[in-house]
Design a binder for this molecule. Structure first.
Ligand code: MN
Length: 727
């Protein structure tokens, strides 16, 4: 196991000012936290985070990243909490470890989820701090190096995931060595036969071409030196997986693969790069189509180099990469070449240029501005316009950007959405309409038996949520109409002196051309079916009686209505039998009040049924009712069913004629306030020299309350008259 001082030394080698104390404290803390835990290999668990930190020292990352690497498994695997880490090591390190914990949770769910999904998950955590990705990659590399200790059935899954996600990502952020090592291990695990075959063939080739590399190195070195170019030439053998993949991709045999050997030519300046290319192309014939200038056009990940392939001295194809020392570092270490220490200090906002660079790289990665190359390795499409959130159990929910917890709830399950009443985001209570951010942990609070407000439909962004809300509200409305229909039908039966029975009505369904009892009741509730027809379907000899009585609006008693369908209505109020009870704003009936001059409890009222909408309640003296005189079937008996203690208020309009003198308006409003009524609106209707006519909309408890207000106003000396108006 690497000792404490060894780790510190490794960091100090590239970062002499590194915070030794921080590294020591992280070392001791993680060692204690992991205690006696063991790895699959039997080694103490703590060896793992240490090795991860060691891999990262090779990449020259900053001390916070090293500390986070040492602590990376503490939240997940030990009783340590985010708060513990934050209090000891500060917010930054705590957040890094937290990000790593989140990715680790993803590994647990990845068995179920599609790989592309996993890839996005990984990037999500990265979006918060790019360094999380570095630690995760080092973590994965160490786990892959020790994969042979893991049970065989798990190996393949881990290797597949690594090959699909982590290896390409390492490559894309410039860590080619890491990518190749990961790929080779995965290759060995997933295709052991092919791996063995490739290794032995490479071995054979190496024996055959013994001396070739040295020969080319010497030859090329001499040619460059003759033109005064100082260069280092490094022979490079390709890795088994990349050769194998090339064979697969191009459907060629190993023998046809000509450029298994490659060279890197490292020179002092960009100018020398181009001069070296000239010399190489003069000395050996180059292979057309293989020349690539990534110096003038760098790759996304900042990779810069010139690539060319020539036919070498022994008719062997040789691949060459020509670049400066700086470009070489970027190519080999990626992030390390940009690391904070080399740049001296952190840029504004505490983020080093290195990480800004990495972040930009990942953004480009996600945008995929070179889709071909991109799709070759990854399945990263559509990342940019999505937001990734977690359930409290760590399940990932991907949503479109702009989504809110309501969308989230419906994404989890339709029932969760329908029953959602509140939410907690990252442990804090939040409104259901909050816009979700990447990485948010969302907990939906539910209550059974809710109906989602129809207004939600315009607040959500996902189609799934919208459709579910529409369905739920439609069902709720249907239920309301069915409830209303049942009341109308029961009342009609009672009035006809018949006994209502569901069984009999169900038996009569064919006669009504409906398929269910609910359909019939809903149709009646909506006013699409007449209750008399329902009675007739059950009692075919039922005949409606026509009675003489008073016209609507003229007081108690029976009234006759004209029109094709004759029905007798009872003006409600005196007797409750057969009438439909109305609450202020009924919860279970589609009831609304006429907009102008609405009724208040105590008023005699009548309901007008509007097909598809429900009942509108009017005071019986409302002149608006005249419009329905010709449609008797729309009239419904209704009565108030309001509790005395119901806190609801109802609106009523008054016209007050006031003598025009100073302070009179104030006096009126004061008088109204004294009666415990609310003034909703107040408007001047007309004004003469002597009088003002004011229209006041009040909110009152009931008719008694309203009458008390009218009396109080009439006693005022400046009030000439005071009347309620009903529109
Ligand atoms: Mn780990």
């Amino acid at each position: 196991m690497m000792r404490q001082f060894e780790l510190v030394e490794r960091v100090k080698r590239y970062a002499p000012d590194a915070n030794e104390d921080l590294l020591n404290r992280a070392y001791v803390y993680a060692m204690k936290a992991h205690g006696n835990q063991k790895r699959a290999s039997g080694d103490p668990y703590f060896t793992h985070p240490l090795e991860v930190a060691a891999i990262l020292t090779d990449l020259h990352v900053d001390e916070e990243t090293i500390a986070a690497a040492i602590l990376h498994d503490t939240i997940e695997d030990t009783p340590t909490t985010h708060a513990d880490i934050e209090s000891r090591f500060g917010r930054n390190i705590a957040d890094l470890v937290d990000g790593l914990t989140k990715i680790k949770k993803l590994d647990l769910v990845s068995k179920k989820a599609a790989q592309a999904e996993n890839l996005r998950k990984l990037l999500l955590a990265v979006a918060a701090d790019a360094r999380v990705l570095l630690v995760k990659l080092a973590d994965r590399l160490h786990n892959m190096r020790t994969l042979h200790f893991v049970p065989p059935d798990k190996r393949a899954r881990i290797a597949e995931e690594t090959l699909d996600i982590y290896a390409p990502l390492a490559g894309r952020i410039g860590m080619q060595d890491m990518r190749e090592e990961l790929e080779d291990i995965c290759f060995r695990v997933l295709m052991p036969d092919a791996h063995t075959m490739m290794v032995s063939r490479l071995e054979a080739l190496r024996r055959r071409s013994e001396g070739l590399i040295e020969h080319i190195e010497l030859d090329l070195g001499a040619k460059l030196a003759a033109r005064n170019i100082k260069g280092i030439i490094k022979g490079r053998e390709k890795r088994v997986y990349s050769i194998w993949r090339k064979m697969e991709r191009k459907s060629i045999s190993f023998e046809q693969l000509s450029d298994v050997f490659g060279f890197r030519v490292i020179v002092d300046s960009t100018e020398d790069c181009y001069r070296a290319v000239g010399i190489i192309h003069q000395a050996w014939p180059f292979v057309p189509g293989r020349f690539k200038d990534y110096i003038s056009t760098p790759k996304h990940n900042d990779y810069r180099s010139i690539h060319t392939t020539v036919v070498g001295p022994k008719h062997q194809r040789v691949e060459l990469q020509i670049r400066t020392r700086g470009m070489d570092e970027t190519a080999e270490f990626g992030i390390a070449a940009h690391a904070a220490y080399k740049e001296g200090k952190l840029a504004e906002g505490g983020e080093s240029n290195a990480y800004r660079w990495l972040r930009r790289t990942i953004a480009l990665l996600a945008e995929g501005d070179n889709p071909e190359e991109f799709l070759e390795h990854t399945k990263l499409e559509l990342f940019q316009d999505q937001v990734f959130c977690f359930t409290p159990k760590g399940l990932l929910i991907a949503l479109p950007r702009g989504a809110n917890p309501i969308d989230f709830a419906y994404a989890v399950h339709t029932d969760v959405g329908n029953n959602a009443v509140g939410c907690r985001i990252n442990g804090r209570n939040a409104p259901l309409i909050s816009e979700l951010q990447n990485g948010d942990e969302v907990e939906i609070l539910t209550t059974q038996g809710q109906v989602p407000p129809s207004a939600w439909e315009s607040l959500v962004v996902t189609g799934k949520a919208r459709a579910a809300i529409r369905r739920a509200t439609r069902e709720a409305v249907k239920k309301q109409f069915a409830g209303l229909g049942r009341k109308i039908v029961e009342r009609a039966f009672t009035r006809a002196n018949k006994t209502f029975s569901e069984e009999k009505l169900i038996a009569a369904l064919p006669r009504l051309a409906r398929s269910s009892l609910d359909d019939v009741l809903t149709a009646v509730g909506r006013g699409e079916m007449y209750s008399g027809d329902v009675i007739k379907s059950v009692f075919p000899d039922f005949r409606e009686e026509v009675a003489k009585g008073a016209a609507p609006g003229t007081g108690a008693g029976w009234f006759e209505v004209s029109g094709a369908e004759k029905l007798k209505f009872k003006v409600p109020g005196a007797e409750a039998t057969g009438s439909i009870p109305i609450r202020g704003l009924s919860d279970d009936l589609p009831v609304s009040f006429a907009p102008d001059g609405g009724a208040v409890p105590g008023d005699r009222i009548v309901g007008i049924l509007t097909p598809g909408e429900g009942i509108t309640i009017y005071p019986i003296q409302s002149p608006a009712l005249v419009a329905y005189d010709e449609e008797p079937w729309r009239w419904l008996d209704v009565r108030w069913d309001v509790d005395e203690h119901d806190p609801r208020r109802y609106s009523a309009d008054l016209i007050v004629s006031v003598i025009n003198e100073p302070g009179s308006l104030a006096e009126i409003t004061r008088a109204i306030a004294d009666t415990d009524a609310n003034i909703d609106t107040i408007a001047m209707r007309s004004k003469t020299a002597d009088f003002r006519e004011i229209q006041i909309t009040l909110e009152v408890w009931d008719l008694k309350h309203l009458n008390a207000i009218l009396s109080a106003l009439r006693t005022k000396p400046m009030v000439a008259s005071c009347e309620r108006i009903i529109g």
